[in-house]
Design a protein around this ligand. Sequence first.
Ligand SMILES: [Zn+2]
Ligand SMILES: [Zn+2]
Length: 169
Amino acid sequence: MKIHVHELNASGVPRTIRETLDVSGLFKGRRDVIEAGPLRVELRAQGVQEGVALVEGGLELDLTMPCSRCLKPVPVHVAVPFREHFIVGGEPQTEEEADSFIPSANNEIDLTPYVEEAVQLELPLVPLCAEDCKGLCPECGKDLNEGECGCDRTPVDPRLAALKDLFPG
Ligand SMILES: [Zn+2]
Ligand SMILES: [Zn+2]
């Protein structure tokens, strides 16, 4: 998924980029992602001045994450707007440019790592199967959404617990 900055400026015609990327490898080894992809990319790239291209549009990804309380698989939909300026060679001319432009040594820029990063930043930190998910019993591991297990889960003051051990029953 590449753009050529000089060609975009020379032609003056914006380019539409519509692609679906396989991102299963991106989340390999991550315990908070069960399954992901594909990543749907819809972008418009245009030259805005010599050596500078603006890429904007949207990214969408469907994935399955474990509920952070009960570990049940939860379908998650992520939609992320994307807007970046890329500047080739040369340095950003103003402070504003330095803050918002991505410098590139090459005229040819692969957008893949940038869209992958943008979507990864938007994954929910605490996915839940339901707002009121009761989670798993810390004592026996039973899914409390399916009913009570009968364990005593009242938090015990650790000092009292120690006394209890000294004077059982
Ligand atoms: Zn849950
Ligand atoms: Zn239990």
